[in-house]
Design a protein around this ligand. Sequence first.
Ligand code: FMN
Length: 371
Amino acid sequence: MRLRTPLCDRLGIDLPIIQAGMGVYRGLVTTPALVAAVSEADGMGCLGGSGLTPEELRDAIRQVRALTAKPFGVDLLLPSRLAQNDGSRDAIRQEIAARYPAHRAFADSLFTRYGLTQSVIDMIHALTPELTDAQTAVVLEERVALLVVGLGDPGRVAAAARARGMLVAGLVGAVRHAHRHVAAGVDFIIAQGSEAGGHVGAVGTLPLVPQVVDAVHPCAVVAAGGIADGRGVAAALMLGAQAVWCGTAFLFAREAAIHPVHLAQLQTGRSEDFAASRIFTGKTARTFRNEVHRLWAETGLEPLGMPHQKVLMDDFLDAARRGGCLEAVSNPAGQIAGMLHATRGAAEILHSMVDQAAASLHRAAALVQTA
Ligand SMILES: Cc1cc2nc3c(=O)[nH]c(=O)nc-3n(C[C@H](O)[C@H](O)[C@H](O)COP(=O)(O)O)c2cc1C
């Protein structure tokens, strides 16, 4: 079964399904095996590159290439406002200790509560201009088919990518951001509704996608947020999107690397268990609601900005992960997880979405009465 749109032709793929880049915890989720499996199955796989060092990112790209000759993408976060200091986690930690003692005390209390020894994450840089520039340079040098800018300013890379024959997409959660990204020269927009997993805006997929389609016409739009089966794909196409960008659906792929405790949260969680908050990164992100959400709410504190809140929480999250306290670690996923239970191979997920989308579109067409 084929469900080909003009954007598929530009991307060099047969099926309008792109597996979302997921850069959580050193990019472990979107393994080269997952990315290659999706691309091999005629959709498009995408590495989540934001948590990787430039060397790790280059290595992951080359691993995908060893598994498939088909096109794939890399997703990076390029926030426009980043740390003004030297960008090292130590400098940010010192600033937090001096200026935000109550936040520091909260993070310290988490170590005590979960019986963890105080430690710092083995990673020098937070998200800084130096890191994102170096990651971008790797993606350009490797001439990956698609660069997705998940947060921030695609203007920094659009011209250089085009000169290398690559496509650039911008992920947006609001119409005004879509205008900005088109002006910055992206090839297409991914409009992500607030039901999505990971960083989210305030507008749901159903109102967001058609508004973005109208606002940026004739630029192509891909729909994201809450799409995990063929009914969602059909709905996205009906809204004017030319493809879908799915994250949570592929957390259930056997090729994804997700801890069993987190997978169990996804398999048993109801849609309302996936809550949007600024606790873990300073920007609003949807994650499985765990005890840390409640403990934070009890403090009444306002989260710090990015990267300060992320640096504050990363040390605890890293220690909790290493200490086996996965139930306290942030587990980003979208509301559609409430509908999903079984793990399957990535190709099966993709092909069942396409078959069901085609059936849904036929069913919808049959409802139309001409007389
Ligand atoms: C575990 C996880 C990690 C994510 N990490 C990133 C990321 O690093 N960069 C990014 O642009 N989006 C990230 N996202 C958002 C996805 O790219 C995508 O937009 C979202 O998953 C789509 O909504 P859905 O989860 O309902 O399919 C992440 C999402 C999840 C679930």
